[in-house]
Write a protein that binds this ligand. Structure first.
Ligand code: C2E
Ligand code: MG
Ligand code: MG
Length: 797
């Protein structure tokens, strides 16, 4: 019931009360009267019937008249019975007898007590004992008379009894019906009454009182609720205040003017070596370690002071006080205590954080540079030499990508520790950022011995890093590349030394990593050049400097163009054409490769759509993929989007991946390639034979084509081993049901050799270096008009 319904409840109860009292007033008396009436009627009927039956029985059993006329006999019997019922005296019986009609032959009266009188109008009554036979009730009474009139008394008796029984049954039935009806009425009334009363009882406590009394109670109640809410709000506010105070780093005391402590937060208690509740009631001045100037007028100290802790220790603090007037309670003083020891500690921590790397706990770049600067000054003064080793972990990004950043961080911590431990104590080791560290070797022998000494140290560092370690169950093996600069030869200041060491490190990495290299002046030019190119690559897309060329793929059996490979070109405004072997690795170092890869696919789709409007089937176009593109989480969804936007089926494109892609993270790559394959894309392995893919793994990947690397094709004419590799790849392709394409075919002889070895497809300068989209369409157009381009070259015509 909603609160809105509540005021109606008394009215409802009144109605119920009305109904209940109506029930009491009306139904109960009616039921009782009915019951009484029924009982009276039943009793009356019973009495009447019994009397009637007794009369009949009396007439049957106690009176018997015998006449010539049967009707008369019956009347006589009735008279005799009435006579018998009144237990007549002999005289009365005689008088009756004399009054009987003349033709009455006999009258038999069985008087109560078993006396039987028999008489005729002419005679007096005699006892007829002798002529009676059998018992009176239910038995047979034979009366002998002068007229041989024998009356079957028992027949009359039975009939009477039957009638009586029937009457009794009717009576009992009627009484029962009346009783049941009365009971039902009574029950109904009782139910209605009790139901109403019960509901009233149930509602009564909730309905509450009404009128003025109810108003008073409501007012009282809301006042009580208000009070309770205020109280709990105050409690919450107080608790909140306490929590806030406890969060404050400074000690806070609320004191009365005489120093009596009313409140203390956790920091104040900790400062004084107590519990907060122990402080309340204490006097602040008792904690003062030395008298403060406040004793002459100013009660609480301001500024620096010393307080004594529970253990008797004297602690330096700064005190700030402020007075506030609390309503009705006078002045309260809030004393804020700041521990100077803590402050010093915090300052120390801040200083540490600004100078050290929190993860590896070695100096950060700023601190390293600062200390390097000092070391160079020292070396300069002493005329000694120093060496800077720039250490960069190889492929560290893969650790983060594959195992996650927490394991990556732990690996860096371990690496830093190893660098420190591998060097003599006090060697400066710093983290310059990410996976880059630097080691400063001081007191390096001058002259020709310098290089040998530093090289030994570099090898020690590489060995220390290379030892396997375990993090969260993963066995990790790291290698690093080290670039070395010598002071004073390779730079006389911090900046030059670090930059040159970086360039040397980059070269070491280019040489395969896990090695060290000394700086040479030309390296720096390379590093600068790379950096510039990388920046320009970012702008190449916006400046529209990319272009695609299509190198035809030819079917060696008939010389027809069977498809093409899309090759990316960067036409730099100032530098001219930059080869993909230069800019693709640069793009792969950053996320630029994603944008470039998507641009290539989009462009291929645009060109393919155009060609399709001219020739029925332009041939599948091969697109080179970078490993990094495949690692992009939403790669499949992205390329799906490109095909959809061009309304092209993915089957018009073939993705070329390198062997190393297959070797990388097998399971994940397999899943990715499977998804591409299911999309309808054809997959091929580029530069096959140069990588280290396990041949058995080939069958697990949905690869359709192997492309023989051009180095084998170029050498196949002269070198037996190259020819053997070409033959083996062709055999492998055949047995695995894959197409094989020979790359870099430059001469007719090479083409013929490949053809003779069973190679079906080839591409290379012999058939065209790379055509722009329009030139490739011309080629397709010509072919569609019946001019296969290379049939003469291949002698297939
Ligand atoms: P690739 O996929 O093996 O491409 C074949 C390379 O061989 C191309 O060099 C092509 O110009 C060259 N070539 C073709 N026929 C001959 C020949 O008869 N003789 C000689 N000497 N060379 C021939 P390119 O265009 O410089 O590409 C180099 C590599 O750059 C490609 O090797 C490919 O791995 C990569 N690349 C090219 N375009 C793309 C691209 O769009 N995306 C990605 N990720 N990589 C690309
Ligand atoms: Mg390729
Ligand atoms: Mg290739």
């Amino acid at each position: 019931m909603s609160s809105d319904d509540r005021p109606d409840r008394p009215a409802a109860n009144d109605a119920r009360l009305g109904r209940a009292s109506l029930g009491l007033k009306f139904f109960v008396p009616v039921a009782l009267v009915t019951l009484l009436a029924a009982a009276l009627v039943a009793a009356g009927m019973l009495v009447w019937q019994i009397r009637d039956a007794a009369t009949d029985l009396g007439s049957a059993a106690t009176g018997l008249g015998v006449s010539h006329d049967d009707r008369h006999s019956a009347r006589l019997a009735g008279s005799a019975a009435r006579l018998a019922a009144t237990a007549p005296s002999r005289e009365e019986a005689l008088r009756l007898l004399q009054a009987l009609p003349g033709d009455t032959e006999a009258l038999v009266v069985f008087a109560p007590g078993g006396t039987v009188l028999l008489g005729t109008p002419s005679e007096e009554f005699d006892a007829i004992e002798p002529i009676m036979a059998g018992p009176l009730a239910g038995g047979r009474v034979a009366v002998s008379s002068a007229r041989d009139a024998a009356i079957e008394l028992d027949a009359i008796h039975d009939a009477v009894r039957q009638e009586r029984n029937e009457l009794l049954r009717t009576l009992v039935l009627a009484s029962l019906v009346i009783l049941v009806a009365s009971l039902l009425i009574g029950l109904l009334a009782a139910r209605t009454i009790t139901g109403n009363l019960r509901r009233m009882i149930a509602d009564t406590p909730r309905a509450g009182p009404t009128g003025a009394q109810a108003d008073r109670i409501v007012n009282l109640n809301s006042a009580l609720v208000g009070l309770r809410e205020e109280l709990s709000a105050m409690r919450v506010a107080r608790r909140f205040l306490e929590q806030v105070l406890d969060q404050i780093q400074e000690g806070v005391l609320v004191c009365e003017p005489d120093g009596n402590i009313l409140e203390a937060n956790r920091a104040a208690a900790t400062l004084l070596g107590r519990e907060p509740e122990e402080l309340t009631g204490e006097n602040f001045h008792e904690f003062a370690d030395q008298p403060h100037p406040g004793h002459d007028g100013q009660l609480f100290p301001e500024g620096n002071a010393r307080l004594r802790t529970a253990s008797g220790e004297s602690v330096p603090v700064t005190c700030t006080t402020s007075d506030l007037v609390q309503e009705g309670k006078g002045i309260r003083t809030v004393v804020v205590l700041r521990s100077l020891a803590r402050e010093k500690q915090a300052q120390k921590r801040i200083r540490y954080l600004t100078r050290y790397d929190t993860l590896t706990r070695v100096p950060n770049r700023m601190e390293f540079q600062h200390r390097l600067q000092q070391a160079l000054s020292r070396a300069r003064r002493a005329g000694s030499a120093a060496a800077l080793l720039y250490v960069d972990v190889d492929r560290f990004k893969e650790i983060n990508d594959r195992l996650g950043h927490p394991i990556g961080d732990r690996s860096l911590e371990i690496t830093a520790r190893r660098l420190v431990d591998a060097m003599p104590p006090d060697t400066l080791v710093g983290r310059l950022g990410g996976d880059e560290f630097a080691v400063l070797l001081e007191g390096v022998p001058a002259g020709s011995g310098a290089r040998a000494a530093v090289a030994t140290a570099a090898r020690q560092l590489l060995d220390a890093i290379a030892a396997e370690f375990h993090v969260e169950g993963h066995a990790i093996m790291l290698t690093a590349s080290i670039g070395i600069t010598l002071f004073p030869g390779d730079g006389d200041n911090v900046i030059d030394l670090i930059r040159n060491a970086d360039a040397a490190m980059y070269h070491a990495k280019q040489n395969g990593g896990s090695t060290y290299g000394f700086y040479a002046p030309e390296m720096n030019a390379d590093a600068v050049e790379r950096l510039m190119l990388k920046n320009e690559l970012r702008r190449a897309m916006e400046r529209n400097e990319f272009q695609l060329l299509y190198q035809p793929k030819v079917d060696l059996r008939d010389g027809r163009v069977a498809g093409a490979e899309a090759l990316l070109r960067w036409q730099h405004t100032r530098r001219g054409e930059v080869p993909p072997s230069v800019f693709i690795p640069l793009a792969e170092e950053s996320s630029l490769i994603f944008d470039i890869g998507e641009w290539v696919l989009d462009q291929v789709c645009t060109d393919f759509s155009r060609w399709q409007r001219h020739v029925p089937w332009p041939g599948r176009v091969a697109v080179n993929l970078s490993l990094r593109q495949l690692r992009q989480g939403d790669f499949v969804r992205r390329i799906e989007g490109i095909f959809e936007s061009h309304q092209l089926p993915p089957s018009c494109v073939e993705f070329e991946i390198t062997e190393s892609t297959l070797a990388d993270n097998g399971e994940k790559t397999l899943r990715m390639l499977d998804r591409l394959y299911r999309l309808g894309l054809h997959l091929s392995i580029d530069d096959f034979g140069t990588g280290y893919s396990s041949l058995s793994s080939l069958q697990h990947f949905p690869i359709g084509t192997l492309k023989i690397d051009r180095s084998f094709v170029g050498d196949a004419m002269e070198r037996q081993d190259s020819r053997a590799i070409v033959t083996a790849i062709l055999g492998l392709g055949k047995s695995l049901g894959m197409d094989v394409v020979a790359e870099g075919v430059e001469t007719v002889e090479q083409a013929e050799l490949l053809k003779s070895l069973g190679c079906h497809y080839a591409q290379g300068h012999l058939f065209g270096a790379g055509l722009d989209p329009s030139a490739y369409l011309d080629l397709l157009d010509a072919q569609a008009s019946g001019y296969p381009m290379h049939d003469t070259v291949l002698g297939t015509r």
